[in-house]
Design a protein around this ligand. Structure first.
Ligand code: 0X9
Ligand code: ZN
Length: 412
């Protein structure tokens, strides 16, 4: 989040108030930009701060009012300075809702009609109810192009939908795209829905079967619409005063490295690997398709980076590392050509930070899928998770072009 945007938001706020829901969960929370070095990891692991900026050494952090003085002290001890970018996140987000012309409560309660659900695909973020309606409508209208099935239920009993996009001349090769594992990263499901739309209406991707999970964490996503726009984890209610498991730390491959054992942390790994119904459902569905799978792509945000494994080690090289980098560059080149946007190909642990138990590491390590990545979508931090919806079309276009180029490269 850049300061200029924040100040604009604050100025606009007076006119904006009234139409949106309050974000009580984030009342008094601030966003700080840290300078002078890395944010001490113990602050992340104990849940004292929420690292927002994953596009390198974490600099942007969310600080709850009750932890502000402790965090300030720790930063001071580590010789780090900070400046406040957002003084009250709840106020900032209320303005965001108005800017986007959206009332979250309304969005969850409306009875979707086909017209109210298809239209937002291009210009607005879709609520979970709209996503479900869109998928059902596509499946009913184009049964020869798309098959939609539930692969299991979330903690709160919502369906996790899998869209299977069928090519006209199958090559018996498939790709797997996962979106929405982190609830607040709204651009991820938005792009996945666009991919589904493109695969139905355009010619299919080089005879490849595409398996797309547009919303892997439905409970968390609904919670970001109704209660806390910055919720990341699932909605597991825990026997502590903090809830939620980070589903991108819960997969069973070097489980625990770079993840937290503290339920209050945003990177809490859960009590055991695959403790969560969401990751179990994804695992089982992926296992069924693994034989033909050539690529696994997990869509996240933000930072504009294509990350290749491993996330669990900085010293052990992933098998096929050179091909992962080369094919990754095919993606970034095509994406740049499409919308003039710059993505970088980087290593998860080496260029980023340790994080095991993520989808990409598990796919490469356990399924032996040759190409497994995490794609951190737009932007580079100006808006972060609050990316304005007028980015959806261009972001989807660059991913569509990048993905096509990458798939052609892999199967050729
Ligand atoms: O930390 C994550 O889970 C991902 N970044 S995010 O900002 N979307 O939370 C990156 C995961 C990269 N992959 C591995 N570490 N294996
Ligand atoms: Zn993420």
């Amino acid at each position: 989040m850049c300061l200029g945007r924040v100040l604009t938001a604050v100025v606009l706020l007076t006119a904006a108030r009234g139409a949106s829901i309050t974000q009580e969960a984030l009342r008094g929370h601030q966003v700080w930009e840290v300078s002078g070095g890395l944010v001490p990891q113990h602050l992340v692991m104990t849940g004292l701060v929420d690292p927002l900026d994953h596009s390198g050494p974490s600099r942007s952090i969310r600080v709850a009012p009750e932890f502000a003085s402790k965090v300030k002290e720790s930063l001071h001890r580590a010789d780090l300075t900070y400046r406040i970018l957002v003084h009250d996140l709840s106020t900032y987000l209320e303005e965001e809702e108005v800017r986007e012309g959206r009332s979250r409560r309304d969005a969850e309660n409306i009875t979707c009609t086909c017209s109210s659900c298809l239209e937002p695909l291009h210009s607005q973020y879709m609520s979970f109810c709209q996503i479900e309606r869109f998928l059902a409508d596509m499946a009913q209208t184009y049964p020869d192009r798309i098959n939609v099935t539930s692969i299991g239920k979330s903690v709160e009993g919502r369906d996790i939908w899998l869209a299977h996009l069928k090519p006209t001349n199958p090559l018996d090769k498939s790709i797997w795209v996962e979106a929405g594992l982190h609830a607040r990263e709204w651009i991820s499901p938005a792009v996945a829905l666009h991919l589904i739309h493109r695969l139905i209406h355009n010619s299919s991707m080089a005879g490849i079967d595409a398996f797309i999970i547009p919303m892997a964490n439905p409970d968390g996503y609904v919670y970001t619409w109704t209660t806390n726009r910055f919720w990341r984890k699932n909605r597991r209610i825990l026997a502590s005063n903090c809830d939620g498991v980070d589903l991108n730390r819960n997969w069973d491959f070097h489980f625990g490295v770079g993840a937290s054992t503290d339920p209050c942390s945003e990177v809490y790994k859960g009590p055991s690997a695959f403790s969560e119904p969401e990751t179990r459902a994804l695992r089982d569905a992926m296992l069924k398709e693994k034989d033909n799978m050539v690529l696994v792509l997990a869509l996240h945000s933000f930072g504009q980076n294509l990350l290749y494994p491993w996330g669990w080690s900085k010293t052990v090289q992933a098998p096929g590392r050179d091909e992962l980098i080369a094919t990754g560059k095919v993606f970034t080149f095509a994406a740049r050509k499409a919308t003039d946007v710059k993505y970088n190909v980087i290593n998860s642990a080496g260029d980023f930070y340790f994080a095991s138990g993520a989808t990409d590491d598990w796919a490469l390590g356990m399924l032996k899928t040759k190409y497994a990545y995490t794609l951190e979508l737009r932007d580079k931090g100006t808006w972060g998770f609050s990316l304005p919806s007028d980015n959806i079309a261009d972001c989807s276009e660059e991913v569509w072009q990048g993905l096509n180029a990458m798939v052609n490269d892999i199967v050729s």
